[in-house]
Design a protein around this ligand. Structure first.
Ligand code: PLP
Length: 401
């Protein structure tokens, strides 16, 4: 017998950054344009046009040449000046982390913090602004990926607008997987990633900046220019007669073109629907096995990721290793404050497929059992399968087929 090589997992349900859609891999191998040549500007302007369509925004977005962390830090450096008071909203690892960047540039950072299985209550934002009317910038992470929880950014955006503050939103792991767009949620700076729900390759940041944010950046004497952290440098870089500030990563630009093309061609609503259905099936399976979701309420659980609370006494690393060894399935542990307390199954982009929830439930259930916490895998599979079948038959009824 030839032993199976499971060192490369058959299904990577941990992160999509390593497994983009096949069309993206092919795009990475496309010939490269000369960025100074005549063909490049219209090609690049076309990509910005596709991103604008995906963002559903009225202004031209930008692409920064680095993983989303670059754009998040650039937003802090550009929009937060020495006069600003920042209200940082921390419901987990990334939100908490943003406060440290904000503090590097702001006069003062104040924080609303909630436990890492909860969402920020909009009322707490109202309260904080009543106490501190001098707040000028609000920073929030939409999907706290280490927890799998969603913050109500549209409600927070409405509060920010009434107050006259700008809102910076990290939507790295939610944009493309659900109905979230920069202008619709009132974000002034909105950062998304090609490599999460859009199923592309990592390496670039997708950024929307509102007119109000541009005005603040223009008024900030410390806003960087001629710098990797400069938003300013990229504002008009796609226009005819302009050059990009420096040579871009050309294969990543090609991959982004293909990523946006796929998303728009499939239809965003359809893409969100398969994220939502996969999440629903996954959660039905998790609950039927007697396990608990990490999110305090299902209403705040992300459609792009399911976090499962580790039962007391269970070694999470052992469960991950078993899932990989026995099933060839890679799932994730926690990150930051959630490390050792939960397990995560991502359903983003190519892995937002309802039937993959069955694979994930089987792998998780068997691995949990092997690690000493026996669960009813069959009950989990039946529940996940039923939830998919119900959703599909409802869709057929609605479409009259
Ligand atoms: C993935 C992600 C980032 C980027 O982090 P990396 O370490 O570059 O992957 C930023 N914010 C959120 C919410 C994310 O999920």
């Amino acid at each position: 017998m030839i032993p199976l090589d499971l060192t490369t997992p058959a299904f990577n349900l941990g992160t999509v950054t390593v497994d983009p859609y096949p069309a993206i891999r092919r795009a990475l191998a496309r010939p490269l344009y000369d960025p100074d040549g005549a063909e490049f500007q219209p090609y690049y302007a076309g990509i910005i046009g596709k991103l604008r369509a995906a963002f559903r925004s009225t202004t031209a977005p930008m692409v920064l040449q680095g993983e989303v962390v670059l754009a998040l830090e650039a937003a802090a450096a550009s929009a937060i000046g020495p006069q600003d008071v920042v209200l940082n909203l921390a419901s987990g690892h990334y939100g908490k982390g943003y406060g440290y960047w904000a503090a590097r540039y702001a006069r003062e950072v104040i924080e609303v913090e909630v436990p890492d299985n909860e969402a920020i209550p909009p009322e707490a934002v109202e309260d904080a602004l009543r106490r501190r009317p001098d707040v000028t910038v609000i920073a929030v992470t939409h999907h706290e990926t280490p927890s799998g929880t969603i913050n109500p950014v549209a409600r927070i955006g409405a509060i920010a607008a009434r107050h006259g503050a700008i809102m910076i939103v990290d939507a790295a792991s939610s944009f493309g997987g659900m109905d979230i767009h920069p202008e619709a949620c009132g974000a002034d700076i909105f950062v998304a990633a090609p490599s999460k729900c859009l199923g592309g390759s990592p390496g670039l940041s997708l950024v929307h900046v509102s007119e109000a944010a541009w005005a603040r950046i223009a008024a900030n004497p410390r806003a960087p220019f001629a710098s990797m952290l400069a938003l300013k440098d990229w504002r008009d870089a796609h226009l005819p007669g302009r050059a990009l500030p420096f040579t871009p990563s050309l294969p990543e630009v090609n991959a982004l073109d293909a990523t946006l093309e796929l998303y728009l061609a499939e239809g965003p609503e359809r893409v969100w629907a398969r994220h939502a259905l996969t999440a629903r099936a996954m959660r039905a399976g998790v609950r039927a096995m007697g396990l608990s979701l990490w999110a305090a309420e299902e209403a705040i659980a992300a459609p792009s990721l399911t976090s499962v609370r580790l039962p007391k006494g269970v070694d999470g690393d052992a469960v991950l290793a078993e899932a990989r060894r026995r099933h060839g399935v890679a799932i994730l542990g926690g990150q930051g404050s959630t490390a050792g307390r939960l397990l995560r199954i991502a359903h983003m982009g190519p892995t937002a497929r309802p039937l993959l929830a069955l694979i994930a439930v089987a792998a998780l259930g068997h691995a949990m059992t092997a690690a000493g916490h026996a669960v009813d895998v069959a009950a989990g599979l039946v529940a996940a399968d039923r939830s998919i079948a119900e959703a599909i038959s409802t869709t057929h009824q609605q479409e009259g087929t």
